[in-house]
Design a protein around this ligand. Structure first.
Ligand SMILES: [Zn+2]
Length: 316
C-alpha cells in the first residue's frame, strides 16, 4: 500500500490569496514588518482579524506558548500563517496544541512547508525537526503575488532548496509512484524557472516539491547540509554543494541537472570550521535522512563527501 497526505484545500495560482474567502476572527501570524504586511492584508481582503507580528526566524517553543496564552479566551477561529517558513511552523505547532485550524500562506517559495507534515521548532536553542499529521494545513494558498520585491538571495536560496527537495525526494527510499510524479514535475518546472529566468514559475514548482518530498523525505544532501547551517550558512545555500555531492555519491539521474541549476544561481563553495571527522559524527545520527538514502552511507562516505564539498569545489 502507498499513501500520501496533503492539505485539505489547496488554492494556487494568480490571485489565489486575493480570491480566497477568509474566515473572520482569524489570528494572522507573520515574521514581516507592518509596512509590508498591511499591503498584503489589503490585497487579501481579510476582515476582522487579530495580528501577531513578533515571530523571529527559528521560532522557539517559548514563543509559541506565549502566543497561545496571549490569545486564550479571545475566540480565535483560525490561524493564518503569512510569511516565510518560520511563521508557518509557528501556526502548525499552535494548531496542534489548541486544535484551532490553520491556513498557511507562504510569501517565500522553497521549503514547501505549507504542504508538509513537518515543522521546525527550537527547544533549548536547538532546532528540532518534528513530524505530525496535525501539522497539515486545513488550507494552503500559493500565490505568486508575494514574489516580486523578495531579495535575490532569498529567492535563490529558496529555489535551490525546492530543487534539492524535489530531486532528493524523487530518489528517496520512501518514494512511491505519486510522490515521484510530484517530484519529477517539480524539478522540471524549477529547472525551467531558474535556467530560463522564469521566476514566476517558482511558487508552483516549490508547491509540487513540497507535495512530493513531504511524503517521501529528503536524504543525504539534507543530512550533510546541517553542519553548515549550524555554522550560519542559510539552508538553501548549503544545499547547493551538499546535494550536488550527494547526488554524485548516489549516482542520481539529477546530478548534472542539479549542478547546472546551482551554477546558474552562482553559488560559491562552502567552508567548514570544524574538522571533517567531528562533523561526520554530528551527521551520522541523523537517521531520519540517512535511512531514506537510496544507498547505505558509512561514516567514511560522509567524510569523503564533506572533503569534496570543502576541498574540491563540487560546483566547478
Ligand atoms: Zn530543505
Amino acid at each position: 500500500m502507498w499513501k500520501i497526505l496533503v492539505p485539505k484545500k489547496i488554492a494556487y495560482g494568480e490571485n489565489a490569496a486575493k480570491e480566497f474567502e477568509y474566515p473572520e476572527k482569524s489570528l494572522i501570524i507573520t515574521t514581516t514588518e507592518s509596512k509590508i504586511y498591511e499591503k498584503w492584508i489589503e490585497y487579501m481582503g481579510i476582515k476582522n482579524y487579530e495580528i501577531y507580528d513578533k515571530v523571529t526566524p527559528d521560532p522557539a517553543i517559548e514563543t509559541i506558548e506565549k502566543i497561545k496564552n496571549e490569545y486564550e479566551g479571545k475566540e480565535i477561529s483560525h490561524y493564518i500563517g503569512l510569511g516565510g517558513g518560520s511563521s508557518l511552523d509557528v501556526c502548525k505547532y499552535l494548531s496542534k496544541i489548541t486544535g484551532i485550524p490553520k491556513i498557511l500562506i507562504p510569501t517565500t517559495f522553497g521549503t514547501g512547508a505549507e504542504m508538509t507534515t513537518y515543522a521546525v521548532v527550537s527547544f533549548n536553542h536547538k532546532k528540532k525537526l518534528l513530524q505530525d499529521e496535525a501539522f497539515l494545513a486545513d488550507a494552503a494558498i500559493i500565490d505568486p503575488y508575494f514574489l516580486p520585491g523578495t531579495p535575490f538571495n532569498i529567492v535563490r536560496n529558496s529555489a535551490c532548496d525546492a530543487a534539492a527537495q524535489a530531486s532528493e525526494g524523487f530518489d528517496s527510499k520512501l518514494a512511491n509512484p505519486l510522490t515521484k510524479l510530484f517530484c519529477k514535475e517539480a524539478f522540471d518546472i524549477l529547472e525551467n524557472a531558474i535556467i530560463n529566468y522564469k521566476h514566476e514559475l517558482l511558487p508552483y514548482g516549490a508547491m509540487l516539491s513540497g507535495l512530493g518530498f513531504g511524503n517521501s523525505s529528503t536524504t543525504l544532501g539534507h543530512a550533510l547540509s546541517y553542519v553548515f547551517s549550524n555554522e550560519g550558512v542559510p539552508h538553501g545555500y548549503s544545499l547547493s554543494s551538499c546535494t550536488t555531492v550527494a547526488h554524485k555519491f548516489n549516482n542520481s539521474q539529477y546530478y548534472e541537472r542539479f549542478k547546472r541549476i546551482c551554477q546558474k544561481l552562482k553559488f560559491e563553495p562552502l567552508t567548514l570550521k570544524q574538522p571533517l571527522d567531528q562533523a561526520a559524527d554530528v551527521i551520522m545520527p541523523d537517521r531520519g535522512h540517512l535511512d531514506n538514502n537510496p544507498i547505505e552511507v558509512t561514516k567514511q562516505d560522509i567524510i569523503k563527501c564533506l572533503d569534496q564539498i570543502v576541498n574540491n569545489n563540487p560546483l566547478a
